[in-house]
Structure formats: C-alpha cells, structure tokens
Design a binder for this molecule. Sequence first.
Ligand SMILES: NCc1[nH]cc(CCC(=O)O)c1CC(=O)O
Length: 302
Amino acid sequence: MKLGTRGSPLALTQAHMVRRALMAAHGWGEDAITIVPVKTTGDRVQDRPLSELGGKALWTKELDHALGEGAIDFAVHSMKDVETIRPEAIVIAAMLERADMRDRLIGADSVAALPRGARVGTSSPRRSAQLLRLRADLEIVMFRGNVDTRLSRLNLGEADATLLAAAGLDRLGRPEIGHAIATDIMLPAPAQGAVGIECLGTRDDLRAALAAIDHHDTHLCVLTERALLAHLGADCRSPMAALAVREGDSVFLRAEILSMDGRLHRAGETTAAVGDHAPIAALASALLADAEPELRALFSGI
Ligand SMILES: NCc1[nH]cc(CCC(=O)O)c1CC(=O)O
C-alpha cells in the first residue's frame, strides 16, 4: 500500500508514525506500506504568506488528486492544515493521539518578557492577532517555511522571536526548543497537534484497517473544532482559535475570534454532549452576533 504525504521533515516523520502504528496494529511487515512524498502548492510557494495565495486546499489538493487516481491508498496530514470542507469522495478515516497542542515561543521566556517593540516572525493570522492583542507594541515579521527554515531565519536575526507548534518541535526531536504558552494565554489553532489519515470513502478495506489505529478522543475533539470552523465560515486566513477537550460524555470547547490587528476580540465556551452539534453552532452564532461589524466581516458564518 502507498501512504502519501508532503515531503517536509515533519510530514515525513508523521507518515512514519502512521506507518509504524499500522504495522503494529496489524502485524504487517516492513514492505506492507511504502511512503510516497507528494509536493503540494503550499510547499512550492515559499515567498508569500499563505493567506495571500488565496486558493484553498494548499496542502491537500495534490494528495487528494493522487488518492482519486489510485496513485496512493491513503494520505497523512497535519489536521491543522486540512481545509474544513473536504471533497465528498474522501473520508478522514483515523487520527493519531493528539500531541501537545500548545504553541511554543522561541526567543523569549514568555510573551510578556519580549522586549518592547520586539519583532516576532510568523505568517499565521491567528498568532499575529493574538500577539498584538497581548502586546500592541510588537512588530510582526512575515515568516514562512518549514520548522527548520523558520528556526534558521530566527538564528539569522530576521526576527527576535517566533512561535511554533509544540507538536511539530516534539515530533522532530526538538523538545528543548522554546517555551510553551498556556492555552489560556494563547489558544491554539483548531486541530493543532493532531495527525489525520484519509482514504477514499469507497475503500472499506482501508477504512477498517485505519479504524484500528484511530484515537477516538482526538478524533472527537478535532471534529468538534472543525465543526466550529464550519459554523463560523472560517478558514486558514481567519484569525481564530479553538480547543476542544473531552470531559466524560461531553466535549468542552473554547474559542476566540480576533481582528487582524488584535484590537477586536470575542471569546466564548460551551459544553456539548458527544454527537450534539447544536451547542457548537450556538457558540459560533453567539461569537458572531456579539462581534463588531468589522470583526464579523472576517467570517462568513453559515
Ligand atoms: N502550519 C504549518 C504546520 N502544520 C502543522 C504544524 C505543526 C504540527 C501540528 O500542529 O500538528 C505546523 C507548524 C507550526 O505551526 O508550527
């Protein structure tokens, strides 16, 4: 079987994690699964913020195509990079257990400890809006590229600090880098820290094989965060954050929406019984209903 993935070091590491999990769950040998790197639009364009590329499915389109053609059997993604509305033929068949979902700050011990006017490298609308809300004096510098590229740009002095997902740093074997920011200071991106595996909905054989490695709580929480995204009409260009946590028979969901400059902000939370989407929709409506027109305009709602 062929396991499609992006070719970045983090993507390849995650693909190997999935391959090992499947081998262990099914007693498969070394030759059962071959990893097939596929270059996506997001990998090709490195000189502009993704938010300016405008297109959707920047990290998925080429992998979706390979799935459709049968060039690969399944595809691995950081769920954070998977757009909210997927092609109908493709199913998210499994997710690995979520890793540390926090952001880590590299270059200072905390956001509060950053020097006045410090330059922080990020190209994420969420991270820049959250930083500016906490510290309007900071200067945001456009920072793109994979984890190693961003760390080397920091070392070259192109910024004083940067933010990266703890999950990516840990998986790349760099747990010592940076300082984790508590989720009540910086709420993470929806699905941050979760790895998902997709296949064609018609492939019952693969769906059954993947179900064996599915981490149910992760799957439930990530689908909850994605449902909120859908109800807000948000995408990767939207400055918003959300985090769901399983609590017994329910999911506790926190979320916030911000203006690009961080000046406007609405936050809320809800508890939803497993399988009940009504509270998620209600949270999205409440956030938008209460927001200034300028903030509301960043989200299309549904
Ligand atoms: N947007 C890029 C991206 N997609 C997933 C991760 C990290 C791993 C994860 O969150 O699952 C990263 C890098 C980062 O944000 O630091």
